[in-house]
Design a protein around this ligand. Structure first.
Ligand SMILES: Cc1ncc(COP(=O)(O)O)c(C=O)c1O
Length: 395
């Protein structure tokens, strides 16, 4: 029997990431020793100095509703951070704090997109971008890239994808799932194209900015004539190992910030008060305080690249940020291994789960059907064991 659900929810595809997670759980419940490399969260504890700030907030009786757009002290701290890390000037009335960067992105989409608007998604892209655009009845247009271009799009591709209906581009560097980091020069080249199309807004998702191993990430809003139409999204989840605390934020033109506050005011109200107080300490902390996590991620990245690079059929680039590798595994398509036919990345990912007991995520979920994503937010021991198993089942 079909239930009377709305067209809105029916229009949403089921998340392939969640399907994989469900299958991994099922196998675990059967007693299988599954190594999960499908997670998008740091495997560190939240640093003590942030936990202490939260405990202090509880003891100081922070328990009431907060302003919808966040405590003013937090918004001021975020302005300091934007200037310090991104060389972008925002004032507190341009900041909105939300329940995770995911809510920030959903707010922006809700307040800017109308039915039929087009949203450009340089692929590969984070899974929720397409879903959020779809919920707003917008049409998302993928701009493909490949491992050969280091998963970057070119200004020519951007120009070709723009139509009179293009309203936004969702841009993400360092990128989930590819780990790609665009250079300042590459940002400026894309901005040159956008300059010619003043109707286009840029959602610049910079949530992985601190997790980078080379080129210091740049910000769209730092480009003078992009500032007025860029919404900079960031959050505490990745850099501070605070995924469950749920704090994200935007810096945006004031009229967009106001609209996001209005939207949030009718849906969730302000973000959790304790998490916000702790966030003040986190964003004001010098990024060097979390450098140990970045160093550890870099060392794991190098191990993973080295070990995967020894498996025939894995084509790799060198991700400069985030904590994922995104190999092109299309060399396996059309092969039958252990009596299992591998037609696509989905089959390959399932094969690794069932045969090697290693959970990964199919690139289909990110608009890159030749690839799979492996997260190296796992211990070195687990990473070595997982890749050993992968090698064994493929040999
Ligand atoms: C690119 C990207 N943006 C935003 C988010 C959402 O972050 P949050 O946990 O703050 O909602 C994620 C989380 O995986 C992400 O990978």
């Amino acid at each position: 029997m079909s239930h009377p659900l709305s067209n809105r929810i029916n229009s949403l595809p089921v998340s392939e990431t969640l399907a994989m997670a469900a299958k991994a759980r099922e196998l675990k419940a059967q007693g299988k020793d599954i190594i999960s490399l499908s997670l998008g969260e740091p495997d560190f504890n939240t640093p003590d100095f942030i936990k202490e700030a939260a405990i202090e907030a509880i003891n100081q009786n922070y328990n009431s509703y907060t302003p919808v757009d966040g405590y003013v002290e937090l918004k001021e701290a975020i302005c300091v951070k934007f200037k310090r890390d991104n060389n972008v000037d925002y004032s507190p009335n341009q900041i909105v704090v939300s329940t995770g960067a995911k809510q920030s992105i959903a707010n922006i989409a809700q307040v800017l997109l109308n039915s039929g608007d087009e949203v450009l998604l340089p692929a590969p892209y984070w899974v929720s971008y397409s879903a959020i655009a779809t919920l707003c009845e917008a049409k998302y247009i993928e701009i493909p890239s490949s491992i050969e271009s280091d998963f970057k799009i070119t200004p020519e591709q951007l120009e070709a994808a723009i139509t009179p209906k293009t309203k936004m581009i969702f841009f993400n560097s360092p990128n989930n799932p590819s780990g790609t980091v665009y250079s300042e020069k590459e940002y400026r080249a894309l901005a040159k194209v956008l300059e010619k199309h003043p109707q286009i807004f840029i959602l610049s998702d910079e949530i992985y900015e601190h997790i980078n191993y080379g080129t210091k990430p740049f910000s769209f809003a730092a480009i003078e004539n992009m500032y007025d139409r860029t919404i900079t999204v960031n959050g505490l989840a990745k850099a501070f190992a605070m995924t469950g605390w749920r704090v994200g934020y935007i810096g945006a033109p004031e009229w967009i910030a106001k609209a996001c506050t209005k939207m949030q005011g009718q849906i969730t109200s302000g973000t959790n008060c304790i998490a916000q107080r702790a966030a003040i300490t986190a964003v004001l902390a010098d990024p060097s305080k979390v450098q140990f996590m970045v160093d550890e991620f870099k060392s794991r990245r190098d191990i993973v690249l080295d070990l995967l690079g020894k498996i025939e059929g894995f084509k790799l680039n060198v991700p400069e940020g985030a904590f994922y590798v995104f190999p092109d595994i299309s060399a396996f398509f059309g092969k039958t291994i252990r009596n299992k036919e591998i037609k696509n990345a989905n089959d390959f990912s399932m094969f690794l789960l069932e045969e090697a007991n290693v959970a990964t995520v199919t690139g289909d979920a990110f608009g890159a059907p030749n690839c799979i994503r492996l997260s190296y937010a796992a211990s070195e021991l687990q990473l070595r064991e997982a890749i050993k198993r992968i090698k064994e089942v493929l040999s």
